[in-house]
Ligand binder design. Sequence first.
Ligand code: ATP
Length: 423
Amino acid sequence: MFDAMRIEIINTGSELMLGRVLNTHQQWLCRQFADRGYTVNRQVAVDDTGPAIEGAVCEALGRAELIVVTGGLGPTSDDRTRDLIAALLGKKLHEDSSVVAHIQDYFTSRRRPMPASTLIQAMVPENTQVLMNAHGTAPGLVMEPVGSAGIACRLLVMLPGPPRELRPMFSEQVLPLLRDRLPLPVPFVCRTLKTTGMGESQVEEKIALSLRALTDGGMDLGYCARIGEVDVRFVGRGVEAQRSVEDAERIVRGILGPLVFAVDDEQLEETIVRLLASRKQTIALAESCTGGAIADRLTNVPGASAVFLAGLVTYSNEAKQKFLGVRAETLAQHGAVSEATVREMAEGARTATGADYAISVTGIAGPGGGTPEKPVGTVWIGVASAAGTIAQRRFNAFDRETFKNVTSQHALDLLRRQMHGAA
Ligand code: ATP
């Protein structure tokens, strides 16, 4: 074993303490570190007043080798992080001409006038490395405080608050810096297999024994249950890391087969778009109770336009008849939430759009509308394709938001399995 380096994160912002903004940096940064073999030991959120930020940074400087501070680098009066940390470390600020040029460019290229106050972001503490902000104006700042009495910190990184600025800056600039200046003492390999269609304990029952030799040999194995998915995570350290993680992946894929749908960060909707695009095939949707949630997920994926033709949200019986050709007799005889209706919805969407595949969903999200035969949570999912139409009944008795999430996951997974011939 080796002594792990101590990492601390300080998230600043009064909006975090008022509950007006969810602290996604905490989760996102911890995950980025963990997946690369670095463990965050402590994370605090503080308001953006001087004493709160100073207190948190002073404490961390004495014990952490790496400190990441987020937020408070902007041009407004509540953005104090840069000035406070410079003062704490006894560094003067000077105007950095490359940051001035970047800020001017930022406004010129967007044809917007540059408020004079923005140039305050070009004030950089001495002996500080600047990380240019490709998506905004406030640069990230990297200092090396170690050397003074009582300071353990080797790298102090300040990052801008907006996630769309912080995330690319961290991935593209901070991670390479970390590998270079605070490298891990031993090789580290981490892989996550994403599975769907089975609960966490079932997954564990199926695979744990077969992975015993690898886990006994030091590979870490972890499970994480999410809505409609279970992640299986392997971590290997040392010279054997790569080989043991690859062996583990092979074993689990052999046991779970098509239940494994993606590796690492890929989402199910990304898997679907990737699969369809690689086969040059298209998809259409006929959604009722999911209200467009499946269309939303698919259209969040870059490149969706190559595969996604149309999504119809047919909430009423009339709309199901008018736009999808569901027959009045089918609705009268079986009801809107039925196998017969879901099949006609999928086939109708496929015919109307000419797509290779059509997914349909009809169900009772609740809280009202349930009956003894069709209780709240009952949902039918259909997939129509050249191979025919399949339909599946699910029981997703949750609040409306979770119902939509889980049902859209089931629907996308039914399509995925149909595409693999495994539905
Ligand atoms: P700006 O130039 O926008 O002022 P900044 O570096 O000063 O950037 P903040 O003012 O602290 O950053 O935060 C800007 C916005 O970024 C916040 O209003 C919030 O929407 C988002 N943000 C800040 N911190 C977090 C966080 N921990 N998690 C998620 N979002 C955050």
